[in-house]
Design a binder for this molecule. Structure first.
Ligand SMILES: *[C@@H]1O[C@H](CO)[C@@H](O)[C@H](O)[C@H]1NC(C)=O
Ligand SMILES: *[C@@H]1O[C@H](CO)[C@@H](O)[C@H](O)[C@H]1NC(C)=O
Ligand SMILES: *[C@@H]1O[C@H](CO)[C@@H](O)[C@H](O)[C@H]1NC(C)=O
Ligand SMILES: *[C@@H]1O[C@H](CO)[C@@H](O)[C@H](O)[C@H]1NC(C)=O
Ligand SMILES: *[C@@H]1O[C@H](CO)[C@@H](O)[C@H](O)[C@H]1NC(C)=O
Ligand SMILES: *[C@@H]1O[C@H](CO)[C@@H](O)[C@H](O)[C@H]1NC(C)=O
Ligand SMILES: *[C@@H]1O[C@H](CO)[C@@H](O)[C@H](O)[C@H]1NC(C)=O
Ligand SMILES: *[C@@H]1O[C@H](CO)[C@@H](O)[C@H](O)[C@H]1NC(C)=O
Ligand SMILES: *[C@@H]1O[C@H](CO)[C@@H](O)[C@H](O)[C@H]1NC(C)=O
Ligand SMILES: *[C@@H]1O[C@H](CO)[C@@H](O)[C@H](O)[C@H]1NC(C)=O
Ligand SMILES: *[C@@H]1O[C@H](CO)[C@@H](O)[C@H](O)[C@H]1NC(C)=O
Length: 411
């Protein structure tokens, strides 16, 4: 009921009157004079005729000012003490005002005598906070009365607001930035074999990792290879091999050999060869007239003279007596029938039988001519004999008409 007390108020006018009356009639303690209420926020100071205001930090009670308790305050002339508002406090009595909570502290109720420190996981960045703020995702504080939160360092994360600590990235995952809310899996071709990874390690050449989030890389098997950061081991390309595991590069087979499997070579088979420093990964057939009867060779050999090489993979065969074989022959060269090579095998010369045959043919021809000639002659003779027996003159019609003497013909 502060501020609603009766107090004697002596108006200047009444006072003057009373003074005159008092002087005239009674000794003056003011009793019996006309009184009035002091206005709210003031009190009657009996030593004064006027109503007085309380000092700051005080408020009026029945007849004088009382001090405001901690958590409340009063400005001049208040009829009551007011509770400090949220975000402020007063830690002493007789407060004329409240103080804003410092950064890191909060006052979530009115009339606080002190501010509370923000708990771990929360912070208050400004003066006069009535609430603390959760640390945002990716940051934390493990202290109370925090002004701001700390970002999770690389290799750590926190996914919730209001975190008091960051989690460690598990093996196979990483974060390479401060303030992460999640750890990322190592991409294919890389790995991390420990916790708190801030980066993944690329697979070394000769190993690979196709899966994300891995803790190691797999060694490439023989016949495959990989370069650094590979997600896959690659089979050696055609013509190239690698006979060891953890291969970083495939190579061509040595001279005289060719690829058999992706991890082994085989000798060039007989009849083929592969020269030193050949760009061609495959064995080549011996060229016509050459041979190679051994496997794994770097060259073929020309078939020697007086031999022939019908099969490039077999040894040369000696030339038959009656044939000629130059070097590089695939077959012996015979003369035609009834011919044979001369002594130094430079020309084909006829056989003796050839001469006999020719002679026989000539003899036969002569015989035939003789027989035919004789036959014709015999025929003619016999016909003439028949004509002369029939006494038919041997005169033509034309000869008779012309009147010329007939001409006899005959042998
Ligand atoms: C004084 O304050 C009381 C409540 O605190 C109020 O009811 C009253 O009206 C006020 N009087 C004046 C004159 O302001
Ligand atoms: C309070 O009163 C004092 C004197 O009593 C004065 O000096 C001061 O200015 C006043 N303050 C307010 C806020 O009224
Ligand atoms: C009140 O708070 C102030 C800081 O605002 C401090 O300096 C002072 O010591 C405190 N007083 C008490 C009694 O706690
Ligand atoms: C708070 O966190 C820091 C940094 O992460 C650490 O060094 C410290 O030990 C932690 N304090 C407590 C009480 O957990
Ligand atoms: C956190 O507060 C400290 C000290 O007040 C300041 O140096 C730092 O920059 C602040 N960090 C952030 C992220 O606000
Ligand atoms: C703070 O975060 C917690 C969970 O961590 C949540 O329950 C709470 O509501 C949050 N408070 C504010 C003010 O965001
Ligand atoms: C991450 O935080 C560390 C201290 O924790 C600091 O040295 C570094 O510069 C920060 N890096 C980035 C990218 O903010
Ligand atoms: C982790 O990987 C590194 C190579 O990056 C290696 O030196 C180390 O021995 C590995 N640690 C374990 C526990 O496998
Ligand atoms: C391999 O990956 C690492 C990062 O994981 C990178 O720094 C490096 O340059 C890469 N190397 C090649 C040859 O791509
Ligand atoms: C690696 O192999 C997988 C399956 O074996 C395939 O899906 C992927 O495309 C390959 N990656 C590369 C880079 O060759
Ligand atoms: C791989 O081939 C090389 C020659 O190219 C040879 O010296 C080595 O012994 C071979 N290794 C195996 C395991 O076969």
């Amino acid at each position: 009921m502060a501020g609603r007390h009766l107090h004697c108020v002596i108006s200047l006018y009444l006072c003057s009157c009373a003074l005159l009356l008092a002087l005239a009639t009674v000794s003056g303690d003011g009793s019996g004079l006309i009184c009035a209420e002091c206005p709210n926020g003031t009190f009657a100071d009996h030593s004064k005729s006027d109503c007085s205001s309380c000092d700051p930090g005080w408020c009026t009670t029945e007849s004088d000012c009382t001090d405001c308790s901690a958590g409340t305050y009063s400005h001049n002339g208040s009829s009551s003490c007011t509770e400090c508002s949220r975000g402020t406090f007063s830690n002493e009595s007789k407060s004329a005002g409240c103080t804003r909570c410092p950064r890191g502290y909060y006052a979530d109720e009115e009339g606080m005598t002190e501010c509370e420190p923000c708990p771990p996981g929360q912070f208050a960045a400004f003066d006069g906070s009535s609430v603390c703020t959760n640390c945002s995702r990716g940051s934390f504080t493990n202290h109370s009365a925090t002004v701001n939160c700390t970002l999770c360092s690389k290799g750590h994360y926190t996914d919730g607001p209001g975190s008091t600590k960051c989690g460690e990235c598990q093996e196979g995952t990483y974060t390479n930035t401060n303030g992460s809310i999640v750890c990322k899996p190592c991409p294919p071709g890389s790995f991390c074999n420990e916790t708190k990874c801030s980066h993944c390690t690329g697979c070394q050449a000769g190993s690979a990792q196709p899966k994300p989030g891995s803790t190691d890389c797999a060694i490439c098997a023989a016949g495959t290879f990989s370069v650094v950061n590979a997600s896959n081991c690659t089979t050696c390309p055609s013509g190239r091999i690698c006979n060891i595991s953890e291969c970083t590069e495939c190579y061509t087979c040595p001279a005289g050999m060719e690829r058999f499997t992706s991890y082994s070579c085989q000798n060039c088979p007989a009849g083929t060869y592969r020269p030193v420093d050949s760009n061609d990964p495959d064995c080549k057939e011996c060229k016509k007239g050459d041979y190679q009867d051994e496997s794994g060779q770097t060259s073929c050999v020309q078939c020697p003279a007086n031999n022939y090489c019908p099969n490039p993979s077999s040894a040369p065969k000696p030339c038959p007596e009656d044939a000629r074989c130059n070097s590089g022959s695939t077959s012996p060269k015979f003369c035609g029938s009834l011919l044979h090579w001369n002594e130094d095998k430079t020309n084909c010369v006829p056989e003796t039988q050839f001469y006999l045959l020719i002679g026989g043919l000539i003899l036969f021809g002569v015989l035939v001519i003789v027989i035919v000639t004789w036959f014709v002659y015999w025929n003619l003779c016999s016909r003439r004999r028949r004509i002369s027996e029939d006494k038919v003159p041997l005169v033509s019609n034309r000869s008779r008409k012309s009147g010329k003497e007939p001409v006899y013909t005959g042998l």
